[in-house]
Design a protein around this ligand. Sequence first.
Ligand SMILES: [Zn+2]
Length: 220
Amino acid sequence: MIVHLTFDEMADVAFIEELNDDSKELILRVQSHILDCTECKAMYDKLYALRSTADRLVNDGPMMQKSAALRFIRTLTDNFTLTQDRVQRWFDKVISETSELYLTVVKTQLGRITEISSLSSDMFDFGYALPIGARGSETHGVIDKTVLIDDNDTDNRVSVVDGNCLVVQFRTENFASPDPHILIVSDTGDVRCSKLSQNGEVFEARFYGLEAGEYRVYFE
Ligand SMILES: [Zn+2]
């Protein structure tokens, strides 16, 4: 039986920071294994590509710190049951940075989400000219800043329920995959992944207990 490399072993080598006796031994082991194993080599190549991307982004401007990238990968494999195939597809998403949304989540000290905002999106147009969430949410001149609505399709929306649960909802026709997932990555590298569940014409996912901060949002 073939004993494959673990994800952490490959990540440790792809993101190696310093050479010592332990890391040299690991590098030798990983490199000799991927010479003969196309399966592990494919994953290692993805990790290495991600490291290169992270390095380039750090040089261009610290959009994604190397350590955040590594935490990102680790969290994926620690907390979620994702197949290696799905992890690879996420890497492709991160590397190509397609279909990306940015969210800003603002919370009060009591932990309620008081504001969400979107900075950019390839797939949807949340660039509504009036203040965020004004359309359909404005009551008596009070602007609800906890709702984002796609300018082209009001079924595409991001909102907050009960002050602490972020709900993302998108029309099913926006997704090619019959089993789509959503991944949100905070600016500190924390990652949450959720399967989108179908509710009639829309897919929906809920995230509880998000910290304040900026999030990149990826769909698959
Ligand atoms: Zn292998």
